[in-house]
Write a protein that binds this ligand. Structure first.
Ligand code: PAF
Length: 281
């Protein structure tokens, strides 16, 4: 497709220079925020952004403020050269790869906290998470004022939080959700799948089937609490070591009502690896 290396901006000033030039030429701008270790799911987001905007930049930044001290910040996979090659092939126009010092300079003291969709689910188990995500996403949206930003539905609660953030803080960027990419067995693609042993991978591939079955039961009017308990048991029986939650909710993460659009969401552990997934009910 292309042999030309992808241009890289490492500072906000460099990013604004390139995006400003695009604007002067009359182009619309799309953003795909990522933490790198890119897979086909991320590339789908880039292609979606490219359908919606003339020029697209992807950020690759392993954001320390969304990791707790005991989490995998230090071991999170980092492979910028491979990421840049994949982004270029997917049609991305610029990689924004800032340092931690660039994003959080000495004396940085802001934190964006979003209520509403942040409550429960991930927050019950990772209370620091959405504050860190909201802070870095607010910065990314402000740094280059993209017309559109694309996020994966795999992190469904995150997508809801980002939508609320843009709405409540009057950030005019359109927030777009893109469907989850799955492997041939239905496992949602995730950078953390790389941590799984072959045996754990087989177990991980049962997650989406358990959720699909539970979604059918919820849609058939089985009480959400029963559906959630049965699905948790099924995950443990499949070999997951611990289930943080299985939750049946409305599509906007309120209480589920039969007949209205719903979502089933889950987080479960295999060894040191925490997997999340969700699907429509
Ligand atoms: O989904 C992710 O990869 C991250 O949470 C995001 C949105 C890039 C913020 O760091």
């Amino acid at each position: 497709m292309t042999d030309v290396p992808l241009p890289v901006a490492r500072t906000v000033a460099e990013l604004r220079t390139t995006v400003g030039e695009w604007r002067r030429q009359g182009f619309t701008v799309g953003l795909v925020p990522t933490m790198g270790a890119l897979h086909e799911g991320h590339l789908t987001l880039v292609r979606e952004a490219k359908r919606r905007a003339d020029k697209v930049f992807a950020s690759v930044f392993v954001n320390p403020t969304q990791f707790a001290a005991h989490e995998d910040l230090g071991t999170y996979p980092r492979r910028e050269a491979e990421d840049a090659a994949l982004l270029a092939q997917a049609g991305c126009d610029l990689l924004f790869a800032p340092s931690v010092e660039q994003m959080y300079p000495e004396g940085f003291a802001a934190r964006v906290e979003i209520g509403g969709p942040s409550a429960g689910l991930e927050t019950d188990f990772r209370p620091h998470f959405f504050g860190g995500v909201a802070t870095v996403v607010t910065k990314l949206l402000n740094q280059a004022r993209a017309d559109v930003a694309v996020f994966g539905e795999k992190d469904y609660q995150q997508l809801m939080v980002v939508r609320r953030l843009a709405r409540d803080l009057d950030i005019p960027t359109e927030i777009v959700g893109a469907p989850t990419e799955r492997d041939g067995w239905g496992l949602a693609l995730s950078s953390r799948n790389a941590y799984l042993s072959d045996d754990d991978l087989q177990i991980a591939r049962r997650l989406n089937g358990v959720l699909a079955e539970a979604a059918l039961k919820a849609a058939a009017n089985e009480p959400p609490a029963d559906v959630e308990a049965e699905a948790s048991s099924a995950l443990l029986a499949a070999g997951f070591e611990r289930v943080d939650y299985v939750a049946v909710r409305s599509a906007d993460l309120g209480p589920y009502e039969v007949g209205a659009p719903g979502r089933i969401l889950a987080a479960a552990w295999l060894g040191q690896t925490r997997l999340i997934d969700n699907m429509a009910v």
